[in-house]
Unconditional design. Structure first.
Length: 114
């Protein structure tokens, strides 16, 4: 059983920063591709960033240069540092783990005020 628990969301002004965390239980974390996705009201869930077990990263064009994904395998935790936040970044952010299947957290709300 894999469980993912996100934290770190909140309300921030335009240009501000937040760091999201996702703590994973289970024994797949170190081998899994970890990712962040987001879903705004009335829209589909979109890819934000991912990081492989070896540390290779990938980002959506809309967040390149502003967001940074990282992982700490010793702590079974993946992070998303978000800088230069914009109102269009407002969404529920979901953590994902992929290894022979896809696992999701419950999401954490990020709201950026203009």
């Amino acid at each position: 059983q894999v469980q993912l628990v996100e934290s770190g969301g909140g309300l921030v002004q335009t240009g501000g920063s937040l760091r999201l965390s996702c703590a994973a239980s289970g024994n797949i974390f170190s081998r899994a591709i970890m990712g962040w996705y987001r879903q705004a009201p009335g829209k589909e869930r979109d890819f934000v960033a991912s990081i492989t077990s070896g540390g290779s990263t990938n980002y959506a064009d809309s967040v390149k240069g502003r967001f940074t994904i990282s992982r700490d395998n010793a702590k079974n935790t993946v992070y998303l540092q978000m800088n230069g936040l914009k109102p269009e970044d407002t969404a529920v952010y979901y953590c994902n783990a992929y290894l022979r299947g896809s696992y999701w957290g419950q999401g954490t709300q990020v709201t950026v005020s203009s």
